[in-house]
Design a protein around this ligand. Structure first.
Ligand code: FDP
Length: 329
């Protein structure tokens, strides 16, 4: 089954005001992904690696492929005629699109090229996206703010040895693999269910000195041998959220990017709520998993800023629940 056919089945299950927009926009993102995938494969040959010069609003050094990915995403969403505004990691304010205004238009939040530090070393990177109803607002950008439970669809594309697109429109999480000859996505992972418990954890352990004591104790627990509870866990960390969440979704376990708690009164998270943390949370919940900040459900966080950051502990229900217990102790 192609992505297009699958989108038609999901479209039939949504309310009419958002259904068509969801199918059109996810389809467009699939087309953009096949172009990004080609570009990544040839980037070194086309002088597309390295920094563009300058940094984005959240202070990250911007790479040439970040800028390029953003530009083609803007053009594709504008052309879709269903996107009323785009919140992108590479733009300080939402990009309003009059082509998609109206009661059925959707607001898209997107990180076109996520995991950019992997770009120059031929590592895995991804695209993450989230769709919400615009409710006919004009400007439509503010419709992106609010809890993650308002998302009507979310997904990511992973550019690894194969290009994989995983999305949910609120009725399960489904994975597709791109045929590199035609650029078309085919359903290869229908209705993904995350294992209840896993054997792997993923976290940047270089940050250990900045963690909450509960976070430190939890990781110490995972590293301690105990046959009865399947410990020690193995550590896997790719440096790209998409790859780490994808592995966790398929094989179980937990991926974590906790806040820097050196000043407990002012926790500092790294990953962005609207176009990283919230969409991944919807995808994993739809597959039977959980996503928490350590103290609250991620999808309940009400965004008040387009580039707001949030902590995330995401994966199998058993590990996320246990991590929360460690935070409470
Ligand atoms: P990157 O900064 O390379 O774009 O989006 C943020 C992100 O990548 C995630 O994809 C990734 O999980 C995380 O940051 C990696 O951060 P560290 O280098 O701090 O581990």
């Amino acid at each position: 089954m192609t992505l297009e056919d699958h989108l038609a089945t999901q479209q039939a299950r949504l309310t009419s005001d958002v259904a068509r927009g969801m199918a059109v926009i996810v389809g467009r993102i699939g087309s953009v992904a096949s172009v990004i995938s080609q570009e990544l494969a040839h980037a070194a040959l086309r002088d597309q690696l390295g920094y563009a010069g300058g940094s984005n609003l959240t202070g990250d050094q911007v790479k040439k492929l970040d800028v390029w990915g953003h530009d083609i995403m803007v053009a594709a969403l504008r052309k879709s005629g269903m996107c009323a505004a785009l919140v992108s990691e590479e733009a300080p304010e939402p990009i309003e699109m009059y082509e998609g205004k109206g009661p059925n238009g959707l607001v898209v939040a997107c990180d076109p090229v996520d995991g950019s530090s992997n770009l120059d070393v031929n590592g895995t990177v991804g695209t993450i996206f989230s769709l919400r109803p615009s409710h006919g607002l004009d400007p439509a950008g503010p419709a992106a703010l609010g809890p993650g439970t308002e998302q009507v669809a979310a997904g990511y594309v992973m550019y690894g040895p194969a290009t994989t697109l995983v999305y949910t429109a609120g009725h399960g999480t489904h994975g597709f693999t791109m045929d590199h000859v035609s650029g078309e996505f085919f359903l290869t992972h229908p209705n993904i269910r995350i294992p209840k418990k896993g054997k792997v954890y993923g976290i940047n352990e270089g940050n250990v000195s900045t963690w909450h004591p509960g976070q430190r104790a939890f990781v110490e627990y995972l590293r301690t041998s105990d046959k009865a509870t399947g410990r020690p866990y193995s550590l896997r960390y790719s440096g790209a959220m998409v790859a780490d969440v994808h592995r966790t979704l398929l094989e179980g376990g937990i991926f974590m990017y906790p806040s820097d708690m050196r000043d407990p009164a002012r926790p500092k998270a790294k990953l962005r709520l609207l176009y990283e943390v919230a969409p991944m949370s919807m995808l994993v919940e739809q597959a039977g998993g959980r996503s928490s900040t350590g103290t609250e459900r991620v999808l309940d966080i009400k965004a008040s800023d387009y580039h707001q950051r949030a902590a995330i502990l995401i994966g199998s229900p058993d590990e996320v629940t246990l991590a929360e217990e460690f935070y409470r102790r």
